[in-house]
Write a protein that binds this ligand. Structure first.
Ligand code: DGL
Length: 270
C-alpha cells in the first residue's frame, strides 16, 4: 500500500513531510521531476505531458492514488487529466482545492453556494503558470463572494530553491512581496500557492508583517488527504515501500532534500 506524491522538484517535500507525520503507517513514493523544473515557466501542454509521464511512473511503482503536490500541475493539467486520462481504478488529487476550502472555512467537498467569508483581501503568491491559469480565482469564486484577490507571479524563486541558493531566494521573495504590496497595500491573508514556498515561509511572513495570516499547504493537504483515505481506503495501492525518485541527478537532489527535510533522504533515478 503506497501513495504517490509528485512535484516538479523539491517543493512537494513540504507536503510529504506533513503527510508522513499525519499518516505514519502509509508508505509514500515521492517523484521529483527535477530535470524539468521549474514547471512555472512552461506552457499548459508541456506541464500536462510531463505530469502525466510522472504519474504513470508512480502507478508503475504501485501507487493507485497520486497527490499532485504541485500547484502548477494542479492548476494547468489536473482538470484535463481528470476529464479524459485517468482510468476508473486510479485517482489523482490536487493541492489547490483543500487550500481554498481552508481559506473559505469549508469542510471537504462542501459544495454549497458561495458565501461571505472572513477574509476580504487575499494576496496570492504562485508561479507564473499558476497565476496565468486563474485556477485559484475560479475555485474561489465557487465558494466565496466579495473576496478581492491580487496575484503575484514569483519568477525565479523555484529556480533559486532548486539550486539551493537561499540568499537569492530570500531577496526574490522580498521583492515579490513589495511588488504585491504596491498593488494591494494591506492584504489580510496571503496564500503560498506553490509547494516550494513554505521553505521560505518565515521570509514571506516577515516581509508581509505579523498581521497577515499566511496560509501554506502542507498541513492543510495532509489533513484533507487523511480524511479522503479514511473514506476511500480502496485507493491505497499495492506498493509497500517508501522511495524517492528523481529525473535529475540523484546525488545532487538527495543533498538538497536532506538539507530541506533535516534528515537523510536518498533519491534514486526514476
Ligand atoms: N512546487 C511547484 C508548485 O507548487 C513548483 C512549480 C515549478 O516547478 O515552477 O507550483
Amino acid at each position: 500500500m503506497a501513495v504517490g506524491v509528485f512535484d516538479s522538484g523539491l517543493g512537494g517535500l513540504t507536503v510529504l513531510n506533513a503527510l508522513e507525520k499525519r499518516l505514519p503507517d502509509v508508505p509514500f513514493v515521492y517523484f521529483g521531476d527535477n530535470k524539468h523544473a521549474p514547471y512555472g515557466v512552461r506552457d499548459a501542454d508541456d506541464v500536462y505531458n510531463l505530469t502525466t509521464a510522472a504519474v504513470e511512473r508512480l502507478w508503475e511503482a504501485g501507487c493507485d492514488l497520486v497527490i499532485l503536490a504541485c500547484n502548477t500541475a494542479s492548476a494547468a493539467a489536473l482538470r484535463r487529466m481528470q476529464e479524459s486520462w485517468i482510468p476508473r481504478e486510479k485517482r489523482v488529487l490536487g493541492v489547490f482545492v483543500p487550500l481554498i476550502e481552508a481559506l473559505t472555512e469549508r469542510q471537504w467537498g462542501d459544495n454549497s453556494p458561495p458565501r461571505e467569508v472572513a477574509v476580504k483581501h487575499v494576496a496570492l503568491f504562485a508561479t507564473p503558470a499558476t497565476v496565468r491559469s486563474r485556477a485559484f480565482q475560479r475555485e474561489l469564486a465557487f465558494r466565496a463572494i466579495g473576496v478581492d484577490v491580487e496575484a503575484q507571479a514569483c519568477g525565479g524563486v523555484v529556480d533559486a530553491i532548486e539550486e539551493g541558493d537561499m540568499i537569492l531566494a530570500e531577496a526574490l521573495v522580498r521583492s515579490h512581496v513589495e511588488a504585491l504590496q504596491r498593488k494591494m497595500p494591506s492584504p489580510d491573508a496571503a496564500i503560498l500557492g506553490c509547494t516550494h514556498y513554505p521553505i521560505m515561509e518565515e521570509v514571506f511572513q516577515d516581509a508581509l508583517g505579523a498581521d497577515v495570516k499566511v496560509f501554506s499547504q502542507a498541513n492543510i493537504v495532509a489533513e484533507s488527504f487523511a480524511d479522503y483515505l479514511a473514506r476511500r481506503p480502496e485507493f491505497i495501492g499495492s506498493g509497500t515501500q517508501s522511495m524517492f525518485l528523481t529525473t535529475g541527478d540523484p546525488k545532487k537532489v538527495s543533498a538538497r532534500a536532506t538539507q530541506f527535510m533535516r534528515r537523510k533522504v536518498e533519491f534514486q533515478s526514476a
